[in-house]
Design a protein around this ligand. Structure first.
Ligand SMILES: C[S@@+](CC[C@H](N)C(=O)[O-])C[C@H]1O[C@@H](n2cnc3c(N)ncnc32)[C@H](O)[C@@H]1O
Length: 220
């Protein structure tokens, strides 16, 4: 793994302007993210995509939480799979920020049809370098540089979903909230793996778990 982009302390993001400073997003990318925020709010009125209160803190809770992965991933990472993409977090944010970069592509893997319809609309309207897969993650094997997920499942289950991608050579970067140590500890009951975690740049209590190798499942 490249150590080129080691994260430092959490960065305070409160609005589009501070998001652009933290992430290096261009005005066009911020405009795409603003449109994504509006679509999220519109669709959220009729279906459960994100907690409604989190739309008020979109730039920190969703945009920056997702975008930080580009600072943690090795800089040459171009292809991504977001397992349990749901509302498009982190995958749609990554696709917006990678748009125009040659070879950049995000696979949005989501098992719920309604959420896939939302994702497809966003991908089409914003002309994103992304593909929506209406599939269970563990039934798909995609050769990507990075496999990621946020709030998809506890690590011991997520490792099962991510295993085909990791076996195909991906690095795992999983956004986790608090209690990461307990989650990792629980995963050791089920899997042999090589992993560490770095502090989240958006959530002072959160961490990003990096998985380099996922070995055989343990018998429990
Ligand atoms: C709590 S939501 C989180 C969505 C999004 N990542 C976010 O942070 O807002 C979890 C999502 O994972 C999806 N999901 C759960 N297990 C899955 C699986 N095995 N394969 C694909 N999607 C899955 C669910 O349908 C749901 O949309």
């Amino acid at each position: 793994m490249s150590d080129a982009a080691q994260p430092e302390a959490a960065v305070e993001v409160v609005d589009a302007e501070s998001f652009a400073r933290a992430s290096g997003a261009t005005p066009a990318q911020v405009a795409d993210l603003e449109r994504f925020r509006v679509l999220l709010a519109e669709w959220n009125a009729n279906m459960n995509l994100v907690g409604p209160a989190t739309l008020d803190v979109f730039w920190s809770r969703h945009a920056w939480d997702s975008a930080q992965l580009l600072q943690i991933a090795p800089p040459e990472s171009l292809t991504w799979a977001d397992l349990g993409a749901g509302a498009g977090l982190p995958g749609v944010v990554l696709a917006i920020l990678g748009k125009g970069r040659e070879g950049f592509h995000v696979h949005l893997v989501e098992s719920m049809a309604k959420r896939c319809r939302f994702l497809a609309e966003v991908v089409t309207e914003l002309a994103l370098p992304a593909t929506v897969h209406h599939q269970r993650a563990e039934n798909l094997t995609l050769a990507v540089d990075i496999v990621t997920a946020r709030a998809c499942a506890p690590l011991h289950r997520l490792f099962g979903y991510a295993r085909p991608y990791l076996k195909a050579g991906a690095l795992g970067l999983f956004l986790k909230g608090q209690d990461v140590a307990a989650d990792l500890e629980e995963a050791t009951r089920y899997w042999e793996f090589e992993a560490d975690s770095v502090p989240s740049l958006s959530d002072p209590r959160g961490r990003v778990v990096r998985v380099r190798r996922l070995g055989r499942a343990r018998k429990v």
